[in-house]
Design a protein around this ligand. Structure first.
Ligand code: ATP
Ligand code: MG
Ligand code: MG
Ligand code: MG
Length: 438
């Protein structure tokens, strides 16, 4: 991609109303544009990150055996009356009427609708376990939308819903999602720690939130330092196998959000020097809620014995759009964003220092083609601006690698390669660049 033909409206100054680094940097790097309180347009570079995050989520959800579908953003109020949640949900729900005075709502979550889909189509235990998920926009009329996409009103969520015959099977489904979440966040280059959590309006009695530790996080969290270094389940994870030992290892040590924090237990179980008290950003949450929706909505399946039973359910959310904020909170410096390789808008920023020079231009075009042929995406800065402006913009945008090509270097047969995270620079021939990056 050539920067001269791209839409990347970067800002030199800090926007006045952005209070935390990720919000400031997302606006300054030209990733998003605010359209209304808590409602954003995703500009091309921001959308690329969002899509990469979604792709990781989908890949791991599919590996864990979940089935993707897509439910609408608008739902009938009557559906929520059936599950008994319509009145209880409160002012966070955006309620809408169509021209026929029919009551609709913009979905804040989808337990009710997915239960209706399941109920209409699945009758037998033989189809279980089943896990249905989608990646869809949600609306919650947050009292205080803030911190950019971190607490938006319209936001993108991955939400999955599991259906099982009994509690033991439902807990197996819960563990599959728990393990998938560990892998999903790690693949994005961040550490999200599972902690015991309150179940809130989703209901139920077993829940964990996954939190990225950051001072700017909205939740106070308490944990044993040992949970911060536990190993992430590997690529060979067998989702059909017994995942109990993994979940056991991650839940054996104290880790709790403020809502369920128990000071006495914390001090009894965790030696003083191991106690971590900090703040976190909730990037995901998993719930087991049993028959909370299936009983009132009569989502029944036949058992092997031939009788009928309401299924045991769980739901599993990931804040896909919030993750951009969380990843930036975890990775930035005074110059800008430092994207992990897996989610960067482009892996490489190619800085052409002399775009008017035909030979330099040709070398850049060739390098871009070489990299793209290896599946490495490139943002090629071919603009006529000063070198200092170009370097500052690349640092702000935070692409993992910068390749700097200019007349002086090419005369010596070299280009410069810079790793954004460490600042480490090296000189190498253009032909050696693709192998160093891949
Ligand atoms: P919070 O405590 O931050 O209000 P929540 O507990 O209400 O979030 P859930 O119902 O658990 O949210 O939704 C699943 C995920 O969706 C959350 O873990 C979070 O990552 C994301 N999410 C929730 N609300 C928002 C929001 N207003 N903006 C962006 N992402 C959100
Ligand atoms: Mg909330
Ligand atoms: Mg919460
Ligand atoms: Mg939550």
């Amino acid at each position: 991609m050539r920067l001269s033909r791209y839409l990347l409206p970067t800002l030199k100054e800090n926007p006045a109303d952005a209070q935390i680094a990720s919000h400031r940097l997302m606006l300054r790097a030209g990733l998003i544009r605010q359209e209304a309180a808590g409602i954003y347009s995703w500009l091309p570079a921001g959308l690329r990150v969002l899509r990469k995050i979604e792709a990781i989520v989908r890949d791991e959800m599919n590996r864990a055996g979940a089935l993707e579908l897509l439910m609408p953003t608008l739902q009938l109020a009557d559906l929520w009356r059936e599950s008994g949640r319509y009145d209880a949900y409160g002012p966070e729900m955006l309620r809408i009427k169509d021209r026929h005075e029919r009551e609709l709502l913009y979905g804040p979550t989808n337990e009710d609708m997915v239960t209706a889909i399941f109920r209409a189509n699945v009758r037998s235990y033989r189809a279980l376990p089943m896990n249905l998920y989608h990646v869809q926009w949600k609306f919650r009329d947050e009292q205080r939308p803030r911190f950019g996409v971190m607490r938006g009103r319209e936001f993108l969520m991955k939400d999955a819903y599991s259906f099982d015959l009994d509690e033991a099977a439902a807990r197996r489904s819960y563990r599959r999602m728990f393990v998938a979440y560990l892998r999903i966040f790690a693949r994005m280059g961040i550490r999200a720690i599972p902690m015991r959590a309150e179940t809130g309006p989703i209901g139920g009695d077993l829940s964990h939130e996954f939190l990225v530790l950051a001072q700017t996080g909205e939740s106070a969290v308490y944990c044993d330092r040992a949970v911060l270094d536990l190993p992430i389940p590997g690529d060979d994870t067998d989702y059909e196998g017994d995942l109990e030992p993994i979940v056991q290892a991650w839940t054996a040590r104290y880790a709790a959000t403020e809502d369920v924090h128990d000071i006495e237990r914390f001090e009894r179980e965790v030696p003083a020097e191991q106690r971590v008290q900090t703040r976190g950003i909730e990037v995901g949450q998993v719930f087991y809620f049993g028959t909370k929706y299936s009983a009132p909505m009569k989502a029944l399946v036949t058992t092997p014995e031939g009788d009928e039973r309401p299924i045991h359910g769980g739901s599993y959310g990931i804040g896909v759009s919030r993750l951009l904020g969380a990843i930036i909170e975890a990775g930035h410096d005074d110059s800008g964003i430092i994207w992990p390789d897996a989610v960067a808008p482009f892996r490489v920023g190619l800085v052409n220092l002399d775009p008017a020079d035909a030979q330099v231009e040709a070398a850049c075009v060739e390098l871009q083609a070489q990299l793209e042929a290896r599946g490495i995406d490139v943002l090629h800065d071919d603009t006529p601006e000063r070198a200092g402006v170009k370097f500052a913009r690349m640092d702000l945008l935070g692409l993992p690698w910068q390749v700097v090509v200019g007349r002086r270097g090419l005369d010596r047969g070299i280009v410069e390669l810079k790793r954004r995270a460490s600042g480490e620079r090296s000189e190498l021939t253009p032909a050696d660049v693709p192998a160093r990056i891949a």
